[in-house]
Design a protein around this ligand. Structure first.
Ligand code: 5GP
Length: 190
């Protein structure tokens, strides 16, 4: 597997996909295997899942705290995703840029589009599941969401597929190692 080169230049890498596209697994893999890569920790109003830690997986806040941060302009982008709020603190990404680090952002499409506007140098990558059937299978296999949540996510995923045209790169996630290699190549080219 290739490694991400440290080019001492702050770079933002936006990674989006319909839910179930395999993005979380990709990010987890990149985080473990690519020490040069920084990972933006988002703020969310959703409840932590089993094993998730505050400050590591997300900053977990309540709606009131989230809305206050929005009012104060603390987010570089934010969105309502599957009935919860998610946002990227400006400070988190600005700190990475200042340090000259490459920063990976695992964010939804609404947030991705907002960031592309405010950070035109950002590299955007859209992860595609191999097929819609595979996406449904992945969502069900996760066993973390209720049937209602799965149905909401599938409905959203169908709409989300149309947004791939706004992204600089599209990577079909069939085999994890190949997907990772393609992403590393894209990042190193920038
Ligand atoms: P999950 O609840 O499964 O961790 O994430 C649900 C969705 O929210 C995923 O598509 C994830 O990429 C997105 N997400 C996570 N953090 C952020 C964020 O800071 N901003 C936006 N816009 N989406 C986010």
């Amino acid at each position: 597997m290739g490694t991400i080169k440290d080019n001492k230049k702050g770079r933002l890498i936006i990674l989006s996909s319909p839910s179930g596209g395999g993005k979380s697994t990709i990010c987890k893999h990149l985080k473990e295997k690519q020490p040069e890569l920084g990972y933006s920790v988002s703020t969310t109003t959703r409840m932590p899942r089993n094993g998730e830690k505050d400050g590591k997986d997300y900053f977990f806040v309540n709606k009131k705290e989230f809305k206050k941060a929005v009012k104060e302009g603390l987010f570089a982008e934010w969105a309502k995703v599957h009935n919860h709020y998610y946002g990227t603190a400006r400070k988190v990404i600005d700190d990475f840029i200042k340090k000259g680090k490459t920063c990976l952002l695992d964010i939804d499409i609404q947030g991705g589009l907002q960031l592309m506007r405010s950070y035109p140098d950002a590299v955007s990558i859209f992860i595609l599941p191999p097929s819609f059937e595979e996406l449904e299978r992945r969502l069900r296999n996760r066993k973390t969401d209720s049937e209602r949540t799965i149905r909401i996510r599938l409905r959203n995923a169908k709409k989300e597929l149309e947004y791939q045209k706004f992204y600089d790169h599209t990577v079909v996630n069939s085999i994890l190692d190949e997907t990772i290699n393609k992403i590393v190549e894209i990042i190193n080219k920038k």
